[in-house]
Ligand binder design. Structure first.
Ligand code: SAM
Length: 255
């Protein structure tokens, strides 16, 4: 709760609006993701249930996720209810109307959110699911192929999905690629630990396509001046400038 990122639940609605606006520029027929009467899944929702409260408020029948840092008792505790969910609910009412009162909202979160503590790849989630989301998670999972194999298990061709992936170093450096490109991916992981998997956008798209999930890969932030530091040949030999300098990308379903 001390993190600014985690103190504003409504940021999940804002993120989704921005991301869908970007997707619509690339897929003109993209209709807004619907939660009403849908089964919604999120990969790695974070300790405050990520898109869960938004999805439940907007009518999802069930929200499921797997998150290694999940603590069910903490999420439903009084401080989280009063310091996070109350304002989140008020902001949702402002945005979508009073679809449910606060007491009904917190009751619905208990009844209709099923979040397990652990990795998504082994989550007890069964398909078919209607909507799948993730926010800055696919770059953190090791190996990505296992998480995507789980998605293939629970998705159908009708499942709509949107994943935001951050390919930067996750540090507040002037370039998002500082310290990353001057060593090989293996060296970077050995040095920093298993924080980011060092895959680039084409690798993520290929991982989905390998298990039969068609995707649209949409860059949403490219580093303006590329990267002026040294780039190790192991990156240069595998990736073009687009792949190297895309910091944020959306992995979206084709419609
Ligand atoms: C940068 S945080 C993003 C959290 C949340 N999506 C948000 O936007 O606030 C990355 C999250 O991925 C989770 N994570 C890492 N490996 C995972 C895995 N194998 N399965 C599910 N979640 C995982 C971490 O615990 C962490 O909460």
């Amino acid at each position: 709760m001390s993190s600014q990122k985690y103190s504003r639940g409504i940021r999940f609605a804002e993120l989704l609006m921005r991301q869908e606006a970007i997707v619509r520029r690339h897929i003109p027929g993209w209709a807004p993701l619907e939660f009403e009467s849908r089964r919604v899944v999120e990969v790695g929702c974070g300790p405050l249930a990520g898109f869960g409260p938004l999805a439940i408020f907007c009518g999802a029948t069930m929200f499921e996720s797997a998150e290694p840092e999940w603590d069910e008792a903490l999420f439903h505790s009084e401080p989280i209810r009063e310091r996070y969910l109350r304002t989140f609910h008020a902001d949702l009412v402002g945005l979508y109307g009073e679809r449910m009162r606060f007491a009904d909202f917190t009751a619905a979160l208990k009844e209709r959110m099923r979040i397990t503590c652990g990795g998504f790849q082994t989550a007890p989630i069964v398909g078919p699911v209607d909507v799948v989301l993730s926010q800055s998670v696919l770059e953190h999972v090791f190996p990505l192929s296992e998480t995507v194999a789980k998605l293939a298990e629970i998705q159908t061709p009708a499942t709509r999905f949107l994943h935001l992936v951050d390919f930067g170093n996750h540090y507040p450096t002037s370039s998002p690629f500082e310290g990353l490109y001057d060593v090989t991916p293996d060296e970077y992981i050995a040095r920093r630990g298993k924080a980011i998997n060092c895959l680039r956008a084409p690798d993520v798209a290929a991982t989905f396509e390998k298990v039969g999930i068609a995707v649209r890969l949409i860059p949403s932030r490219r580093a303006q001046d590329g990267y002026r530091g040294a780039i190790h040949p192991s990156w240069r030999s595998r990736y073009d400038d687009d792949a190297l300098f895309t910091q944020l990308a959306l992995v979206a379903s084709p419609a």
